[in-house]
Design a protein around this ligand. Sequence first.
Ligand code: ATP
Ligand code: MG
Length: 363
Amino acid sequence: MTTTPNQDLVRNALRSVNDPELHKDLVSLDMVRKIHIDGESVQVEIELTTPACPLKSQIEEDVRKAVEQIEGVSTVQVEFSAKVRSGPQPASKFLPGVKNVIAVGAGKGGVGKSTMALNLAVGLQQFGARVGLLDADVYGPSIPLMLGIEDLSPEANSEKRIVVPEAHGIQILSMGFFIEKDQPVIWRGPMLHGAIQQFLGQAIWGELDYLIIDLPPGTGDVALSLSQSISMAGGVVVTTPQEVSVIDVRKAIGMFRKLGIHVLGVIENMSGYVCTGCGHEEDIFGTGGGEDMAKTLDTSFLGKVPIDPSVRQGGDSGTPSLVSHPNSTSSVAIKKIVQIVAGQISQRSLLNADAPPVQINRR
Ligand SMILES: Nc1ncnc2c1ncn2[C@@H]1O[C@H](COP(=O)(O)OP(=O)(O)OP(=O)(O)O)[C@@H](O)[C@H]1O
Ligand SMILES: [Mg+2]
């Protein structure tokens, strides 16, 4: 006698499929959204924990194999949807609708921190996530320029709260919208803390899966103030491969750890140069410094992004290179990094969901 497939048989088969990153089965992780059976055909919908899931094709293959084992099944169709999860602690009273906050920092200036913060935001948005970008570089906000929106002045609602504007499908808030151009701003500790609290408290963000924060260079007061005001899912450190930059990375990682911010890993930017004419690769600042550093400092290496004129042009022209050159070597590298970061955040939110909230002693 032949058996016909049913919901229980399919669900049981899916209990044998682990999410390769979260190391638990799809049923326990509550990722099975729909099972539809039509004779010998089975259709399964899996809800990923991020639309930028790096292991989607592996999950698809594993689901297919497991369901095909069931007697009477001849075709298996796997569909995906995504719902980003957050840990048990809300990002803060300032950010009620924000699921995960990711800070991007560097020990020194000019390593491409703002470029990486912007491209992380654009990349996550391109995968289908709802994303915000907070330019917290009070000393030299550059995100408005990179998006060609320097002249934008955000509107206030009837309660005098700032309605966060949107560009390229990303919600953007920058200190640059509120300070006069070309005027050096000198902030001292308490004043800066007050300004950041006000900046956070007065803005109305929408529902966001990820909020990326571009920190000022160095290990200063802005990161301290933000870490006291909002809870962050993790920090990304940007470096260039030179030795001196690598020394600065130690400082940036040290800062995140001191503030109780989990270090997601290191991006090595400006790692080699790919000639746009002939495709020849040249090591200008060397490569691999960030990778060695990540190992030494016991954190993840998130990937390398080469020097690419389209990245700089993207920053100057107001159209990020992920949008203008989606298939360039640098864009492909950035998209991989985006997926690794999103995967790590999913892992963290699952870990956090299992653990009680942690009390952190700050200096
Ligand atoms: N991979 C890359 N290829 C080519 N140019 C790049 C790359 N990454 C960044 N740049 C360029 O390098 C310059 C510095 O980058 P960016 O402003 O992002 O650095 P930063 O670390 O945020 O600097 P600051 O410390 O001033 O905030 C910009 O002109 C940017 O377009
Ligand atoms: Mg910057």
